[in-house]
Design a protein around this ligand. Structure first.
Ligand SMILES: *[C@@H]1O[C@H](CO)[C@@H](O)[C@H](O)[C@H]1NC(C)=O
Length: 515
């Protein structure tokens, strides 16, 4: 765990100006004549920009001048609007901001420079106004550094143009991506890099001062940053936006969800298409069962440990650590863009988001926790917080809800993410022990409810899933065992059928409005 330290840090907001230098002019000294062209282009841009936004704000900007200004996110390119079905109309209407608001936000900035950010983004042709905290605050205090080759966002994340990674200056015991059988019992500390000065390089005359709020890996990354002059010291180039991240607890669905969510929001802020956002793992964890989810959601996966020559990244982001995600702040009143995140996550897995609740035929999903080997430091795969009476729970719930209810239990971690989402996206009542699997609360239909169960030994201070349900406004109930006799060997908890009956009825009456 990384200690959080938010003291002693201040940013001075730098307001973004229109008409910044185009992408190709990042070496102003060497290309003096470029400046004139730049001013001309900037002026034309401003004129087009103003003209465009005086009229009706266009949803799509294919081929007109605004496309350049607003970044190159042509929503149509990856739109799956045909997948939007009747059930989603409500959702869609909620997302469309009125034109005045859209103008106001898009009107501020955003063009094809990394030293900028979007105030409106499109996901599946639906505009999202990026005006929610904490991200709006991070974006608004953006600082442009090193001749606009670096942008620092409130000490939480950053982006660079033409950054070079020199793999010879990063050392780790492992390369990452190994099979678990090859690395039994390796220390967690073997799964991170030590970076020497020059691992990251950007075009600059003086190394920019970059303060990061949290004492996390970004401080180490910033320390390793050096300048290069003239030509980038490599001939290998990656053009697509690449988000560099360092993962902790990479096989835990809850923690990985905070990473997915952070990456999703940065994708919106930087205006990148999902398939054009590569993910660079700057860690050396072995293969994990959630790795492939990254490439389903975003572009290519690159492991820093597998680079063997310096590489130039046209656009490189430094992502936010999962622990500092708003998703991990359980006392927050709200977490922005969660419905959009759900839509994105399910749609990227080709899973429908249009389930309709039928109170005569509710779908109940029990998540089973069972012993399961997921990483090299738990060879026995022993898992706590298991149920002692799975069969009895299914039978009781069927009795409670009647024969037409569809009551099922799954050990989700044995299934592919797509198969997990297929059941979760149709689930009306989700039941599970406190544990990462309940992160699926984020993907339930907006008409569902959640029942969380906790053994006696589980602290009541853990609010991860209650918070997720609250943010999504889903009915939620918690049953916390108080009888020692219900706790059995091997961390199995007996759930008394009468208690379950009462809890399931409670959730049912909340989602079906019968209570
Ligand atoms: C979703 O469908 C597309 C198009 O058929 C396919 O290329 C992609 O692999 C599918 N994704 C998943 C996760 O099944």
């Amino acid at each position: 765990m990384i200690p959080g330290d938010t003291s002693g840090f201040k940013t001075s907001p730098v307001k973004m100006k229109l008409g910044r230098r185009p992408f190709t002019c990042f070496l102003p000294r060497r290309l003096r004549s470029c400046q004139c062209v730049v001013l001309g282009v900037a002026a034309i841009n401003v004129i087009i920009f103003v003209t465009v936004f005086q009229g009706t704000a266009p949803r799509r900007a294919a081929g007109d001048g605004s496309a350049q200004i607003r970044g190159l996110l042509d929503a149509g390119d990856y739109a799956v609007s045909s997948r939007l079905t009747a059930g989603q109309t409500k959702y869609r209407n909620r997302l469309i901001v009125d034109n005045a608001a859209e103008r106001r936000f898009t009107g501020e900035i955003s063009e094809k420079t990394l030293c900028g950010y979007r105030t409106t983004s499109y996901i599946f042709n639906i505009p999202i106004t990026l005006n929610q905290d904490p991200f709006e605050e991070y974006a608004k205090s953006m600082q442009c550094l090193a001749d606009d080759n670096a942008a620092l966002f409130s000490g939480m994340f950053a982006a660079f143009r033409n950054a070079v990674i020199d793999p010879s200056l990063g050392t780790s015991k492992r390369k990452g991506g190994e099979l678990m059988d090859e690395v039994w019992d390796q220390k967690e500390s073997d799964e991170y890099f030590h970076l020497s000065s020059g691992y990251f390089k950007i075009p600059c005359r003086r190394k920019p001062k970059m303060y990061f709020k949290n004492k996390d890996h970004l401080v180490q990354w910033a320390n390793s940053l050096e300048c290069y002059f003239d030509n980038p010291p490599t001939d290998i180039t990656i053009r697509d936006f690449t988000l560099a991240i360092q993962r902790y607890e990479y096989v835990n669905l809850y923690h990985t969800m905070t990473d997915f969510y952070n990456a999703f929001v940065l994708m919106l802020l930087f205006g990148v298409r999902p398939s054009k956002m590569n993910i660079l793992f700057v860690d050396t964890h072995p293969k994990g069962h959630l790795d492939t989810v990254w490439s389903t959601l975003f572009g290519k996966i690159i492991r820093a440990g597998h680079l063997n020559k310096p590489v130039l990244f046209h656009s490189l982001g430094w992502g936010m650590l999962g622990y500092f995600s708003p998703l991990n702040e359980h006392s927050r009143k709200a977490v922005p863009y969660l419905e959009e995140f759900r839509e994105f996550f399910l749609t990227q897995h080709n899973v429908s988001t249009s389930h309709q609740l039928d109170c005569k035929k509710v779908n109940v999903l029990f998540i089973w926790r069972r012993d399961y080997v997921a990483h090299p430091r738990n060879k026995q795969g022993s898992v706590v917080r298991k149920f002692a009476n799975e069969e009895e729970m299914l039978e009781q719930t069927q009795k409670t809800l009647g024969g037409t209810a569809n009551v099922q239990g799954f050990q989700l971690d044995l299934m592919s993410m797509k198969d997990q989402l297929e059941v979760v996206s149709k689930c009306d009542i989700l039941v599970g022990m406190h544990g990462a699997g309940l992160s699926h609360t984020l993907f339930l239909p907006p008409t569902s409810g959640v029942l969380e169960l906790k053994p006696q030994y589980s602290p009541s201070s853990l609010l991860h899933f209650e918070a997720m349900a609250r943010w999504r406004q889903l009915p939620f109930s918690l049953w916390h065992n108080t009888e020692s006799s219900n706790e059995q060997k091997e961390h199995r908890t007996y759930i008394p059928p009468l208690d379950l009956d009462e809890e399931v009825k409670k959730i049912y009456s909340k989602i079906c409005g019968t209570g």
